[in-house]
Design a protein around this ligand. Structure first.
Ligand SMILES: C[S@@+](CC[C@H](N)C(=O)[O-])C[C@H]1O[C@@H](n2cnc3c(N)ncnc32)[C@H](O)[C@@H]1O
Length: 299
């Protein structure tokens, strides 16, 4: 089972043909609570575009829109292997998920597989996918977080009845991923957009800029620094010149406002509720912005 490394040709349409389809993981920065706000700022004729989401995470907007043609990408290879496993062998994945046991000892045995390189390397794609889903559903606060060595490091959550295997949802996601032209990539955001042009709508949801360094950055070893934020802005300018429509989420900081201060961009402030945050006080209201690169005609 291989993840593609580069997208092919596409064109498009969207439609909610799969009502059970929704994110199959909890993900830091997931956009479920912001969907109604974000959807107010999509291009009017979104169904005519090829949808790109280069930082897809758990895919809240992607699964909500269900585009028929899309390119999804994330640098987290375990995550994108899981999308691929759902697409290519959902029944095998469900069978494995049903075997997992919700005990502390079992959790740590599976969690620690990545600390033993050979054991992890020897696992099949569906075994790795089942491990990621199981750990995400049973770990504390439902989260994917790794330490600087790339080892999953969230403790056991002690939940009584976590929903580890949502078979009907996974089967419908699999049907959706196989029903259209959905390219599943894993890598940095830049190559994922190499052919995004006039017919592309791109939703960028990168790790957020944090002015006080307390923001969540543990999606994978390596993080996302100011150089990456600037690379992203430059890419957005480049693909805007090729005619792509871009919408970006980020935190509402002075730095981000400065980065996108060109008239070319419109900055829309939002108030967002965050679910996953190391600091429970941070669950209330965070300030975020949406940044778009096109102006809708006056009604
Ligand atoms: C804010 S989360 C996206 C959340 C997603 N929109 C959702 O609804 O769940 C940011 C994602 O960017 C990914 N990421 C971090 N650095 C990246 C890079 N250089 N290229 C591509 N993806 C990256 C992380 O693995 C993480 O999944």
């Amino acid at each position: 089972m291989e993840i593609q490394t580069r997208p092919g040709n596409r064109g498009v349409s969207c439609g909610k043909a799969y009502p059970l389809v929704k994110p199959f993981l909890k993900w830091a920065g997931g956009k479920r609570q912001l969907l109604s706000e974000i959807k107010k700022h999509l291009p009017k004729n979104i169904q005519e575009y090829t949808y790109y989401e280069p930082f897809v995470g758990a895919g809240a907007l992607f699964f909500d829109l269900q585009p028929r043609r899309a390119v999804i990408n994330d640098r987290n290879i375990q995550l994108m292997l899981t999308y691929t496993a759902i697409k290519e062998n959902v029944e095998g994945l469900i069978a494995l998920l049903k075997q997992h046991k919700n005990t502390e000892e079992y959790f740590y045995r599976l969690r620690n597989a990545d600390r033993h390189g050979e054991r992890f390397k020897g696992m099949t794609t569906i075994e790795k996918a089942a491990r990621l889903i199981f750990l995400n559903k049973t770990c504390f606060n439902g989260l994917y977080r790794v330490n600087s060595r790339g080892f999953f490091n969230v403790p056991y959550g002690k939940y009584k009845n976590p929903m580890v295997c949502e078979g009907a949802v996974l089967r419908q996601i699999s049907r959706y991923l196989n029903g259209g032209t959905i390219d599943i990539l894993s890598g940095d955001f830049e190559p994922a957009l190499m052919d995004a042009g006039k017919n592309a709508f791109v939703y960028f949801d990168p790790p957020y800029h944090s002015s006080d360094k307390t923001g969540f950055t543990g999606y994978q070893a390596g993080g996302f620094n100011q150089n990456d934020q600037e690379r992203l802005r430059d890419l957005m300018v480049r693909i805007s010149r090729r005619g792509a429509k871009c919408l970006l989420s980020n935190s509402d900081t002075e730095y981000i406002r400065r980065l996108y201060s060109d008239d070319f961009f419109e900055i829309i402030p939002l108030r967002a509720k965050r679910n996953i945050n190391a600091d429970p006080a941070g669950r209330s209201n965070a300030r975020e912005v949406l940044i778009k690169n096109w102006k809708d005609p006056c009604p």
